[in-house]
Structure formats: C-alpha cells, structure tokens
Design a protein. Structure first.
Length: 347
C-alpha cells in the first residue's frame, strides 16, 4: 500500500510539473524522459519487477545512428492557413523491403513534440516504413501561435501531407495521432480525406477527446480537487494554448464526424486514462458504427491499466491487457502485434 502511495505521489508531482512548465522549446527524444520514468514505475508496480522496461537513451542512440547514415532529414513546411513555419523530420528505414515506399505521419499530443511518439515510430521503422514526424504549431521549435486542439492543426497536417506527397512521393500514407494529435486526425478525416488525398488509407487515433465541454467537465470532476484543477486548466489554456475556454468550446471532433468514413479508422484508448476518459473513444466508435457502411472501416481497442500515453508501453509489457470493442473481450495481441498487423493489412 505504501509503495502504491509513493508511486501516486510521484506521478502527481511530475504530472503537475509537466503541465505548468511544459518543454516546448527543445525538440529532443529526452523530452519524453519524465513521462517514460512514470510509465516504467507503473510497469514495475504491476509486474513486480525492478528493471526498467523502456530505455530512452537506447532509442535516442537509434535515431542518432539513422542521422549518421543519412537516413534522417529535417525539413520545414509553411502553413497555408496563416504562414507559420512547422519543423519536421523524415526518417528512412534501415531495412530494405516492399514497405520502403510507404509512409506514416505522426501527430503528437499537447505540450509534446515530434519525438514524443518515438516508441511507435521505431516500430514502424523496424518494418521498413518511412516515418515523418513534426512539431505542431506552438510546440517544439515550430512557430508560436494559438492552439486549437486539432481544428486548425488539421489544416497544418494537410500542408505536411501535401509536402510529403510532392517531395517524397510515397505509394501509400498512414496517419498516427495521440491525444491532441488524435483529434487532429479526426478533423483531418472530416475535412480532407477522400479522392484528393487517395494516398492516405488509414488514421490511428490514440486517446482522442470527443467534445471540449465534455472533456472540461471530466477533467474537473467534483469535490475538493475541483478548484485547483480549475486553476491549472485555466493556466494551461492561457499560457500554453494562448487561448480561452470560450474559444475552445467550439472545438468538437464528435460533431464533425463524417457519416461515411472515407478511410479506415483505428481507435485506441487506455481504460485508466485520467486525462481523457476511454468513454470518448467509445462514443466516437458508437457514433460511426451507426452507419453499416463503416462496419469494416472502424475498430476500437482498449487497454487495461493504461493511463494517458501509456497504451503502447503497457500493451507490450502487460500480457492480455488489450480488449477489442467491449471491455470483456480479450485480444491475444500485444500493442506491437496489433499495430504491425494493422500496418501490414492496410498500408
């Protein structure tokens, strides 16, 4: 019990520190170290082990190695919406196979940067896919602006897609987004997916939110924690998003969902997500499933024990933690197995 208490206290401290003092000026793998330490602590707690499951330094060396081989290239994209400069990186795989002409574009979450999804990026590179990751507006080393949690960011993503199609000419493109990046993908699917972007064949959304107001109420909750949570949320919106609650109230991925999905959609969520409830993904899945034409285009996987951003790690390190659609239905997949199998079938 004492061990669990100290883990919880450490988690709260690091989480609050990360929200109030986000790392937005340096775009580095090591910016993920704090959150990875928290995930390692949780895996140790659940598995009863003492060894770290994830080694950030090893992943950093891997990407440095790609740079030395000339398989990493930085580039920038100017947004059509307001002329901001977004900084991005393309990685090419060491492995030569049939996947080399296929690409996956990654969209990170709030207060993160282009390196934040390095674990999943690494899995794609290991299987021969090209990977593009970029700093969203107001994040990393990209130009500063207001953040709209995915709405305007979807237009930025289209600019990145256009640039990648023209310069690198991939045969097919897949999209992967986490949190704000997942919401960005939902807006993009609603606004841009279709014949004009026929190369894009799927979007994988990890921990998306459904509606801003619903998310606001979920995070605040009730009781003694309400007031300090309210204070932190207002601080994040003002100082990190450079926006206000009134402006963000109009941001609802749920309301822009297309009736007929133009591409395949995979939803992923942790059942212990304290930032965005798994019910958000379930609600998005339920709404899209009402149309029978979407039956073979959409899937939802839930992960036991996983908090916000933990699903890939716990899905690989905790056996039988993934659930398909309903909470009671088991899946034999690890996260790596699920992700790579999805790529193989759809890209």
């Amino acid at each position: 019990m004492l061990k669990k208490f100290w883990f919880w206290l450490k988690r709260v401290y690091k989480g609050v520190k990360r929200v109030i003092f986000p790392s937005e000026t340096v775009s580095s793998v090591t910016d993920s170290r704090v959150s990875i330490e928290m995930i390692n602590d949780k895996i140790k707690l659940i598995k009863g082990s003492k060894k770290d499951a994830i080694n950030v330094v090893a992943y950093q060396k891997y990407f440095v190695f790609l740079e030395k081989l000339g398989l990493r290239e930085d580039f920038s994209v100017v947004t059509i919406h307001d002329g901001l400069v977004l900084h991005a990186t393309i990685f090419r795989p060491l492995l030569i196979n049939k996947n080399n002409d296929k690409m996956i574009i990654f969209c990170h979450g709030l207060t993160n940067n282009r390196w934040s999804l390095f674990y999943t990026m690494h899995l794609a590179l290991q299987r021969g896919y090209q990977v593009v990751s970029y700093d969203a507006r107001n994040h990393g080393v990209s130009d500063k602006s207001f953040t709209t949690l995915g709405q305007i960011e979807a237009c930025d993503l289209q600019d990145v897609v256009d640039y990648a199609k023209k310069k690198y000419q991939p045969e097919k493109i897949g999209l992967y987004g986490f949190s704000m990046g997942a919401a960005t993908l939902i807006f993009w699917v609603s606004y841009f997916a279709g014949p004009a972007n026929s190369e894009v064949v799927f979007a994988t959304c990890e921990a998306p939110f459904d509606r801003f107001n619903t998310q606001w109420k979920r995070v605040l909750g009730s009781g003694l924690n309400y007031y300090w949570k309210h204070f932190l949320l207002k601080k994040v919106i003002k100082e990190t998003l450079h926006s206000s609650r009134e402006k963000l109230e109009r941001i609802d991925p749920y309301l822009v969902l297309p009736q007929d999905l133009p591409i395949k959609l995979l939803l992923l969520h942790g059942l212990e997500d304290a930032v965005i409830s798994w019910q958000a993904s379930f609600k998005l899945h339920y709404q899209l499933s009402k149309n029978k034409l979407n039956k073979n285009k959409i899937n939802l996987y839930l992960c036991c024990y996983a908090d916000h951003g933990e699903l890939p790690f716990l899905g690989d390190n905790i056996p039988n933690s993934l659930r398909w659609k309903k909470r009671k239905r088991n899946s034999q997949y690890t996260f790596t197995g699920l992700f790579c199998n999805y790529l193989e079938k759809n890209l």
